[in-house]
Design a protein around this ligand. Structure first.
Ligand code: AMP
Length: 471
């Protein structure tokens, strides 16, 4: 006999259920509205892409690519190989076996982030031909095989935005200071949009941290990296295993280590700010000035480097309350050069990704979430004639935007009212044969038990008015 299997969501994934999903919808709706006021348009991207896209964009040495991606062979490409071998018949020995060909099969990965995909789409759809800059936002699930804990999942959701703009070399050479000011204004506006979004959601206890990590040039970050590397070698023995490994692979990441025993050593390491080239220093100064002009409050954090390879100059992060150790709700930065790295024209870019799961957690913690999603009206009906009227009433009330529960079978009024209470309904509309023949419907306010009779149009008007008062 087949054993009964009790299926459960895979570790690190979860179901989002009502009433919490109402809050998810409110957050997403607010993002649509706020981002549109800044001139951003929505882009919807595939959930999987060639592995190579992420390896190239995010960086092969990052934890995300080296350890955390869900990667598999594209079954379509495997099937094509099998067909090739079968078609070749005896020639298949020349082509080798499937096992020989496997390394060439196309690998695909569930997206661990979406900036790489946005850049791929910018190139694929020739968006450099559009009026620049191109401002896009996205929302949806991302996948990383991280150790699950509060605020950290293997399928999680991000809301992100990117601004992409063809880089005009002549402009940069002709008046680099003007160009730097323009870039800084774009960065500041992106951050302003983000803070406007959080403010509209009344997200509590947010702190914006900013930093500049310079650019990847011989007169800027390279000098700093050399200095940092030498200093790290001196304290290697004091560092944990992860940081020791990162000295060779990704030394900047050591700066954002949270390991307690390393902190006093890391604090004494050199600061990037002291090594910025004139262009990067001017950009950072302009960014701070621009934020101040917009009334955006920030804190500088010289250890904010971000986990991904492609960032340059501006990096930023926002923390919120009620999240424990995973308190970053958003990270972002500038990534000029990423589009070019992916085979496109020289392009500037700046963007951010908000962790929607954490944003929701923080809203729930600070009780900024809406009250339980109850029904407006529960229709308690009894009798065949009343049933027909109840169906029509439900249709009219729903059309007017009320949430209505219409029980499929008649119930004794006492039971119906109990059910209405359990569902958190505000009103019970009582329809018996008597009410139907009289043309006067009884409306019971469940909070205080008061009751009144209305004609159909009066009832609708009364509900409309009370909804307007409560919202
Ligand atoms: P990142 O792309 O790593 O900078 O992430 C941007 C934001 O996404 C972070 O600040 C988090 O809020 C969120 N995030 C990243 N990884 C996870 C995860 N595994 N689970 C939940 N949220 C995440």
């Amino acid at each position: 006999m087949a054993t009964k299997t009790k299926f459960q969501a895979i570790r690190g994934t979860r179901d989002l259920l009502p009433p919490e999903t109402a809050l998810w919808n409110r957050v997403e709706q607010t993002a649509h509205e706020v981002f549109a006021t800044f001139g951003f348009g929505e882009i919807r991207l595939p959930v999987f892409e060639p592995t190579d896209l992420f390896a190239r964009a995010v960086g092969g040495e990052t934890d995300i690519v080296s350890k955390e991606m869900y990667t598999f062979t594209n079954p379509t490409s495997l099937a094509a190989m099998v067909r090739e071998i079968e078609k070749g018949g005896s020639a298949s020995s020349e082509m080798g076996t499937l096992a020989d060909m496997l390394p060439e099969a196309e690998m695909i990965s569930l997206r661990p982030e979406a900036t790489a995909s946005v850049c791929r789409a910018y190139i694929e759809h020739n968006m450099q031909q559009l009026p620049q800059p191109v401002k896009l936002y996205y929302m949806g699930p991302m996948f990383r095989r991280e150790r699950p804990q509060k605020g950290r999942y293997r399928q999680f959701y991000q809301i992100g935005a990117e601004v992409l703009e063809v880089a005009r070399r002549e402009a940069a050479e002709h008046d680099w200071e003007k160009e730097v000011r323009k870039d800084a204004a774009i960065d500041a506006e992106v951050i302003e949009m983000l803070m406007t979004f959080f403010a509209k959601l009344e997200l509590a206890g947010t702190t914006l941290y900013i930093n500049s990590i310079g650019h990847n040039g011989p007169d800027c970050r390279s000098v700093y990296m050399g200095k940092l590397y030498n200093e790290l070698l001196k304290i290697k023995g004091k560092l944990g295993a992860d940081s020791q490994r990162r000295i060779a692979t990704n030394p900047l990441r050591i700066l954002d280590s949270k390991l307690e025993s390393e902190q006093s050593y890391i604090e004494k390491l050199p600061h990037m700010a002291d090594y910025l080239c004139p262009g990067c220093a001017a950009h950072y100064a302009a960014l701070k000035h621009q934020l101040e002009m917009r009334g955006v409050i920030y804190r500088e954090n010289w250890r904010l480097v971000r986990g991904l390879d492609y960032y340059m100059r501006t990096t930023f992060e926002i923390t919120a309350q009620g999240l424990g150790s995973q308190n970053a709700v958003c990270g972002g930065g500038r990534y000029d050069g990423l589009v070019e790295l992916l085979g496109g024209p020289p392009t500037k870019g700046i963007g951010f990704a908000i962790g929607e799961d954490r944003l929701i957690l923080s809203l729930l913690e600070s009780a900024k979430a809406p009250a339980q999603q109850g029904r407006d009206v529960y229709i308690a009906w009894m009798g065949e004639r009343a049933h027909a009227t109840a169906i029509r009433a439900a249709k009219d009330l729903r059309k007017a935007g009320f949430s209505v529960e219409l029980p499929p079978v008649e119930q004794k009024f006492g039971k119906a009212l109990g059910q209405a209470d359990k569902l958190g309904a505000k009103y019970a509309l009582i329809l018996g044969d008597h009410e139907v023949s009289e043309g006067l419907w009884t409306l019971k306010t469940l909070a205080d038990g008061s009751q009144a009779k209305y004609t159909e149009p009066e009832l609708l008007e009364h509900l409309r008015k009370s909804k307007a008062v409560s919202s």
